[in-house]
Design a protein around this ligand. Structure first.
Ligand code: ZN
Length: 329
């Protein structure tokens, strides 16, 4: 695990808030039933004194077994009475107990596994989530939805191949909606290809929005700025930032790489792109790759083998039409 101190702190903060909230609700519930049913408060006091008695008996040592059995019996009767009182007053049996978000670690971040204390899965998920948030802070993720995607900007007149941009884009829009609806964190990737300004970024962000709302982690990055940032960390020997970024790009459920092929090409950027892609393809984790290069141009930039492999893993969407940003303006 290679997350920064800030990411750990942020995740701890969230989990602590969850725990405090659960405990504060339980306390409010307890106060309420004590007011309504004073016998319950008395029972709680006796339960505490039972467990103190048990601890004392263990420390003393003599006749421990008999004493412990006696106390266990008293405690069990008290608990029965407690349940009866709650039920007869219309409260669920666990009304005074905290209901934690994670029942495995009770929102503490830690669990026991094979005699060792380890991070609970819920905390590991939080780390990924916080890390995705961190990257997405820099992108216009919230601005694009399917509802704000306007087909009216695409002409009805057919192109040379007999398909109108309007028809093509309606199909692409449908495809993207279905992709988002059926997204389950694994399976096929998408290659969005076409000139600048035809809606590739908009639709991929719309998918990201839906996927995030379904509780998956989606990360959006543009290839040039991502590689500039990675390269900067790499050559300034800031290996922890570089590792964390790469880790998050590998861990998130959906990775969107915009403008592939427009990054500044160096041996480092090329090998990093190879690594990111290979890593995700191996884990069968989906990506949305946007490029305004043709397949031939992509092959010239990267290798034929690499590009064929990507195309094999992707559903390919070819965007057609004129730059709609000019039309919108
Ligand atoms: Zn947990």
């Amino acid at each position: 695990m290679t997350y920064s101190r800030e990411i750990y702190d942020k995740a701890y903060h969230i989990i602590e808030d969850r725990r405090r909230e659960a405990e504060s609700v339980a306390q409010q519930h307890t106060d309420r039933v004590y007011r309504e049913i004073p016998e319950l408060e008395e029972i709680s006091r006796q339960l505490v004194s039972c467990s103190l008695g048990a601890a004392r008996a263990v420390l003393k040592g003599a006749n421990t077994k008999e004493e412990l059995e006696r106390l266990a019996q008293i405690s069990s009767n008290l608990q029965k009475r407690q349940q009866e009182l709650l039920a007869s007053n219309g409260y669920p049996a666990n009304y005074m107990e905290p209901v934690y978000t994670c029942p495995h670690c009770n929102d503490t971040a830690y669990v026991e596994k094979d005699g060792k204390t380890v991070y609970c899965d819920c905390f590991l998920k939080l780390l990924i989530e916080c890390s995705c948030d961190e990257i997405n802070k820099l992108s216009p993720l919230s601005l694009s939805t399917f509802d704000t995607f306007k087909l009216d900007y695409y002409p009805y007149d057919s192109n040379a191949d007999g398909v109108s941009p309007y028809t093509r884009m309606s199909k692409i829009l449908n495809f993207c909606r279905n992709y988002a609806i059926n997204f389950n964190g694994e399976g096929k990737s998408i290659l969005m290809r076409g000139a600048t300004g035809l809606g590739k970024t908009h639709l991929s962000l719309a998918i990201a929005n839906e996927v995030l709302q379904k509780g998956y982690y989606a990360v959006y990055v543009s290839a040039p700025s991502l590689l500039a940032r990675l390269e900067n960390s790499h050559f300034n020997y800031n290996s922890s930032e570089e590792e964390q970024l790469l880790q998050t790009l590998g861990d998130c459920d959906l990775l969107i790489i915009d403008d592939l092929g427009t990054e500044f090409l160096t041996p480092y950027s090329k090998s990093t792109i190879y690594n990111i892609f290979n890593n995700r393809l191996l884990k069968r984790k989906p990506m949305i790759i946007n490029t305004n290069l043709t397949v031939r141009e992509l092959q010239d930039v990267y290798s034929q083998r690499f590009v064929s492999r990507i195309i094999g893993e992707c559903d390919r969407l070819d965007f057609i039409g004129k730059d709609i940003r000019a039309l919108k303006a």
